[in-house]
Write a protein that binds this ligand. Structure first.
Ligand SMILES: [Zn+2]
Length: 201
């Protein structure tokens, strides 16, 4: 196929006509959609209006988890620390470590398993996994422990005034500690190993 050298391909624009470079105005709906503020919702447990926090400020219900799973109380958290220490001593450390490495995958430590508590990952909206638990229990707590040694142990009491009862290591790991008495967060594969667990992959 040959082209006529005298023929020029026009662009379709007439002399003096220019394509507008201004962006087309978006519709009101398209502009509003990405910046729309999430509507205020009610707590599933107590009905109070919820704000930006991941848990209800009235009853402690964690908003991204099933009804009935609330933040653990400060007293239970403190009791958990004492039980953890007792278990560590009774099992000569090594037993606690093996036990912990098994239950880390369910967001628990030995004491948390006995007290029906779990660590949940806020970003994932589910139980913390093994790697996050390892980071929380050894690295984050180690760093906060050094900090606390130079600050009158004040960081250890952080959950007493925190809106989500987080310790500083919870903030580092983006986690909350919840009480799950009915074991609602137990993964389906925990007691039925034959059944493939595709939901949490
Ligand atoms: Zn509530």
């Amino acid at each position: 196929m040959t082209t006529n050298p005298g023929e020029s391909r026009g662009t379709g624009t007439k002399p003096g006509q220019q394509w507008s470079t201004r962006p087309r105005p978006a519709s009101a709906a398209a502009l509003a959609a990405p910046t729309a503020v999430a509507p205020r919702t009610a707590c599933t447990a107590c009905g109070h209006a919820t704000g930006v926090e991941p848990c209800c400020q009235f009853c402690g219900q964690v908003l991204f988890l099933p009804r009935g799973i609330a933040l653990s109380t400060a007293g239970l958290r403190f009791g958990g620390h004492l039980l953890e220490a007792a278990l560590f001593v009774c099992t000569l450390g090594i037993g606690w470590l093996i036990w912990a490495f098994v239950v880390f995958q369910h967001g628990q430590t030995p004491a948390k398993q006995l007290l029906h508590m779990r660590v949940v990952h806020i970003t994932r909206a589910g139980t913390a996994r093994w790697g996050r638990m390892f980071f929380r229990e050894f690295i984050a707590k180690g760093i906060i422990g050094v900090l606390a040694a130079y600050t009158l142990l004040i960081p250890y009491f952080w959950l007493l005034w925190d809106r989500n009862r987080q310790e500083l290591w919870d903030k580092m790991a983006t986690t909350l500690v919840v009480t799950d008495r009915a074991d609602q967060l137990r993964p389906p594969s925990a007691d039925r190993p034959a059944q493939a667990d595709t939901r949490t992959r």
